[in-house]
Design a protein around this ligand. Structure first.
Ligand code: PMP
Length: 384
């Protein structure tokens, strides 16, 4: 990809100039006093972004969203436990597989591809099966479906079940109030709305979920054991030296800049900005005649069907040739028939980038033979 293309896939995303500069710094010691201070700020900042109080524990570890997913699976569930997966796409399938490998008895509630699972169905399954924990994806990136996480967290609380949410394609964009909603675990990765390059797994754990880890019978693999990381992140929050596995000493100071930008803007405004941009982008795509995959559309991405007769690979190439990188489909049931446009992070503050995206998608589709009214799409974008 050329440096002038605009990255509009659902992660990794474009980053701010300040984060870019910070991520280009020379390496420092993991015990450097300034690094320790910055890591402490990151851990506190993550709680602010997730709207969680001081009793919650933040973790930032080298890895990706998949690492964070597996850490949740192995720290809360013993072999033989019954667990419930609320499945709205590929990442629900992945979580179910991780839990099966942990030896859990995995039950699932799902819906047709593109649809969310109603909270009532989750509540019903919890009442019937009394699982140890419920695992759900806030926004499934393969379908563009957003789940009612507030509702799922509430019914889990009511039944005394731990609730674990995959926020990889939602955190720092979709409304999420960890403490007020009573969610037990929220995890994400650095490369999406957090506004960083890929490379970090981030998660926050409630006091109740930390106690569940302590009560575990079968120890997790050491590298993802919350009990191994807990003294380390605690030491960094308190400015003390600690070592377990070398932290990414360049990415963490860059993350401090990214989280600082979010906290400074204020999470309510961050949430509103993403909601506003999502509705404008979708108005534009609808005006192009595109059919949405998701019936419960997220604010972080739009997943759509290609127009009839359009070759997806050719269309992706045509859009790219117009300077914008969008993503192909991901859900196995409709990967070739769909494509996805991300709209999260710094681009949602950049009107020109958004217009450029609408134009590139519309003109790229026209280039491969679709009949698209690009000006009508731009008017719809402006009109919302
Ligand atoms: N969960 C969701 C919802 C995701 O979108 C992704 C990444 N696309 C992951 C988990 C896995 O993250 P990673 O690719 O960083 O391992």
């Amino acid at each position: 990809m050329t440096s002038t293309s605009l990255l509009m896939i659902p992660g990794p995303i474009e980053i701010s100039d300040a984060v870019h500069r910070a991520a280009g710094a020379r390496p420092v010691s993991h015990l450097d006093p300034v690094f320790k201070e910055h890591f402490g700020e990151v851990l506190r900042g993550l709680r602010s972004v997730f709207l969680a109080g001081e009793g919650y524990r933040s973790f930032v570890v080298a890895g990706g969203g998949t690492f964070a997913m597996e850490s949740a699976a192995v720290n809360l569930v013993d072999p033989g436990h019954t667990v419930l997966v609320v499945n709205t796409g590929l990442f629900g399938d992945r979580m179910a597989e991780m839990l099966r490998r942990r030896g859990a008895n995995v039950l699932q509630v799902g819906a047709a591809v593109g649809e969310a699972v109603p909270v009532d169905e989750v509540a019903e399954a919890l009442r019937e099966h009394r699982p140890r924990a419920v695992f759900a994806t806030h926004v499934d990136t393969s379908t563009g479906v957003r789940l009612d996480v507030e509702g799922v967290a509430r019914v889990a609380r009511e039944q005394g079940v731990l609730s674990v949410f995959d926020g990889v394609c939602a955190a720092a964009a979709e409304v999420f109030r960890m403490e007020a909603w009573g969610a037990d675990v929220y995890y994400c990765a650095s490369q999406k709305a957090i506004g960083m390059p890929a490379g970090l797994a981030l998660w926050v754990v409630s006091p109740r979920a930390m106690r569940a880890r302590e009560a575990l019978g079968s120890l997790p693999p050491l590298v993802m054991d919350w009990a191994a990381w807990e003294p380390i992140v605690r030491a960094y929050e308190e400015g003390r030296n600690a070592y377990f596995s070398t932290p990414p000493t360049t990415l963490i100071p860059a993350l401090r800049v990214a989280l600082g930008e979010l906290v400074e803007e204020g999470m309510e405004r961050v949430f509103e900005r993403h909601a506003r941009v999502a509705s404008r982008m979708r108005a534009a795509f609808r005006a192009m005649g595109l059919r949405m995959l998701s019936q419960a559309p997220a604010n972080t991405l739009t997943a759509m069907y290609w127009p009839d007769g359009v070759d997806g690979a050719a269309a992706l190439g045509a859009i790219r040739a117009r300077g914008v990188v969008v993503a192909g489909g991901l859900h196995p049931s409709c990967a070739a028939a769909t494509f996805r446009v991300g709209h999260m992070g710094v681009v949602t503050r950049d009107e020109r980038a958004l217009v450029r995206t609408v134009r590139a998608v519309g003109e790229g589709l026209s280039d491969v033979g679709a009949s698209v009214d690009v000006e009508a799409a731009l008017r719809a974008f402006e009109g919302v």
